[in-house]
Design a protein around this ligand. Sequence first.
Ligand code: ADP
Ligand code: LRH
Length: 492
Amino acid sequence: FPLPSILAYDLGASSGRALLGRLNNRTIEVEEIHRFGNDPVAIGDRLQWDILRIYHDIKQGLLKAKHAGETPSSLAIDSWAVDFGFIGRNGELLGNPYHYRDRHTDGVMERTMARLTPERIFGRSGIQFLPFNTIYQLAALKEADSPLLEQAEHFLMIPDLLRYFLTGEMFSEFSNATTTQLYNPIQGGWDAELLGDIGISPALFGTVVQPGTRVGQTRASLTEELGIGTIPVYAVAEHDTGAAVAAVPALERDFAYLSCGTWSLMGTEVDRPIMGELAQELNFTNEGGVGGTFRLLKNIMGLWILQETRRTWEKEGLSFGFPELVALAEKAPAFQTFIDPDDPMFLHPGDMPSRIAKYCADTGQRAPQTPGETVRCILESLALKYRYVLELTERLSGKSFSGLHMVGGGIQNVLLCQWAANAIGKPVWAGPVEGSALGNLVVQWIAQGELSDIWEARKVIRESFPVTVYEPRDGAQWEEAYGKFRALAGIS
Ligand code: ADP
Ligand code: LRH
């Protein structure tokens, strides 16, 4: 008999993808059946999701599965954190969800922090201060007197919303809910006080379910439209970083990870949130995970800067693939220029080479002159920032790590993996590439009793996919570069 398959949708910033997964004895087999664009659409001053097109592509994935003779026995969706849509009284989506890189939140975090105090916000949520957190997106809509708030009856985050389109059922998934900075992990629910503080009705916020909950099935209108059977739908760790960390093939309890895609998310897994003064001061976060875990981590701007650099050059008629950019960086001279990748100037879409040049002018450095120098500056700076954040993670968690697990599309950048190992002076274990989609799959299997728990899942992933080991090299040069980086990037 053919093995039953299940379906995972992972909506990243660089693409959306649908993967079919099979568990063959204790080996995971995956097959990518659909990959599609997930570009936000700029209209006037707004930057928005093309949400109906994404739903269309989710349906395309179902059709492709059907044409391959597959009837997935379940499906689940994960995507990036913080973004959401509203449902009105007729059950329909109101407007297009805003993308978190929209500038409508400019200044809102600062104003909200001044009014509520950082202690109150962090003390109730345990979530790091990022200007695009849902709390500031909602506060921005409130400040702008958005008509959406007059009509909204339900708040749903993106995977919850797409799942609602598929099933007709509304549930909020826990891992993603925590990223709003409006979920209280101590009380275990939406924080009505914080919502009250920003003037948003708690009545919009519905039942929160844990990763691994069955939350409906494909609705009749959809199965009829596509000519497919009914498919059970699960809530997994619908926050893509939660899914990626679930898929880290660690065998030891105290491990450090770097989920390396558009963002670089670095930290460790903990059993309960670390919400003290130091965590707040270092701006670490405690995002909800699978099986009662939390991710103590910090966001690092990541390969977004490289993606936007590439897009800028493309507009200028210079077209490079990622492998080509990596080759150019390798040939450029080492340790010429450093940026702090987390400078707010790099957050919004736009001309990154010009912003890097401005950063260099502001810090008295010679700006990179060629594409190779530019890419080298980005990748070296990222690797050095990894060292900084890894040291902070050790300090805050009281753990000591023997190396770093890297997962996600960014591990295809072998130079970055090697430089990360060099910068931290410890081995990097890189794999798997499709971390989020795999985390999505294994949580479905855990929910169905095919895998016992997250630790068995990690073992099975370890046995099913290669892990490339990068041993640290050139320690003295990287040590010296780290000192220069900290001085030039203004990192104390
Ligand atoms: P997301 O899930 O956030 O969309 P991914 O995990 O797919 O991101 O990672 C995308 C990143 O991976 C790109 O920004 C790019 O820098 C890197 N990448 C993808 N393919 C390659 C490649 N062939 N060589 C080097 N880097 C790559
Ligand atoms: C990574 C990610 C990250 C969030 C950001 C908005 O894709 O979900 O964990 O901080 O996107």
